[in-house]
Design a protein. Structure first.
Length: 306
């Protein structure tokens, strides 16, 4: 009736019981001063899963467990953190993520998560080997603006502006200097980092050529100033097939008129060499000279970029 534990069985049992209390956090996070930061956190505990109201979550400093930065009883929270911290995950789903708002330049930590279950007085654990340190960022970084070097006139062009941050509770605001249709995409790029992207679509016109487009980011909180990124706009003209009526004068050839259509009936003004009258309304009076080429006939099909 006795159970004999071999060294292997003892090792396996010890490993099981050593791993029942677990927490996963990002050991190092970045935070923009005056904005917010979310510290990702998940945990495991022994026994059956408990509902959120039977789990008490506490965040405290690593060096002093009584130095509490979050507790459901606000009177237990140290004065410098009162009203600035809250849980954003469901404890019943083992999510212990903490939001710190109005980040101060001295909120460096490290901070540790502690869980207390109502199942027993012994079911309490502080994960002091899994704590979070915060690196303060005093100045917001510029957004990243992506676009083609040149865009075709009259066709939809796409511009992308993105910014990375650690405050998913309050996404940064991205605005454009140009009107158009803008869509927002939010990506979790892991390890507590997020990316907010704005995609702007508009149809460039001739007047947009050699101008610029600017993307501006505004972060949550009392972050001073707005950061911008600027990209030049170069509009490519459209290439069309023109049919031109011309005459050859000596070593030059003179275009009388051009149209996108092949049928035309023009009367030449002999004094000015301009097309005086055309039955086709699309004709425009033109007078161009060029070195004579090996041309024949009275009509030339060629391409111009306008």
């Amino acid at each position: 009736g006795f159970t004999v534990f071999t060294p292997l069985k003892l090792f396996i049992c010890a490993g099981v019981f050593a791993d029942v209390w677990k927490a996963h956090v990002e050991p190092e996070m970045e935070a923009l001063v005056s904005s917010c930061v979310v510290l990702p956190c998940s945990f495991k505990y022994p026994g059956q899963e408990q509902p959120s109201d039977r789990i008490r979550a506490i965040w405290h400093t690593k060096d002093n467990w009584d130095d509490i930065i979050f507790h459901k009883d606000p009177t237990r929270v140290k004065d410098s953190f009162k009203g600035r911290t809250k849980l954003i995950g469901s404890l019943g789903r083992s999510n212990c993520s903490l939001e710190i708002d109005e980040v101060k330049n001295h909120d460096n930590g490290p901070y540790c998560f502690r869980v207390e279950l109502e199942t027993s007085q012994k079911d309490k654990y502080s994960f002091v080997k899994n704590c979070v340190s915060i690196k303060m960022i005093e100045q917001a970084s510029k957004p990243e603006l992506q676009a083609e070097q040149s865009v075709p006139e009259g066709e939809p062009a796409v511009f992308k502006c993105s910014v990375r941050h650690t405050c998913p509770s309050y996404q940064p605001t991205l605005t454009w200097s140009h009107t158009g249709k803008a869509t927002i995409n939010i990506k979790d790029i892991r390890h507590g980092n997020w990316e907010t992207e704005s995609v702007l679509t508009f149809v460039p016109q001739k007047e947009d050529d050699h101008t610029s487009i600017t993307c501006t980011v505004k972060h949550h909180g009392n972050v001073e100033g707005e950061m911008t990124a600027t990209h030049p706009i170069f509009v490519k003209g459209t290439t069309i097939k023109l049919f031109c009526v011309y005459i050859i004068l000596g070593k030059f050839w003179v275009i009388l008129a051009c149209t996108e259509k092949t049928e035309c009936d023009c009367i030449l003004d002999e004094d000015t060499n301009f097309a005086r009258e055309c039955s086709n309304a699309n004709f425009q009076k033109s007078h161009f000279s060029s070195q004579r080429a090996a041309l024949s006939g009275s009509e030339l099909g060629t391409s111009f970029t306008i």
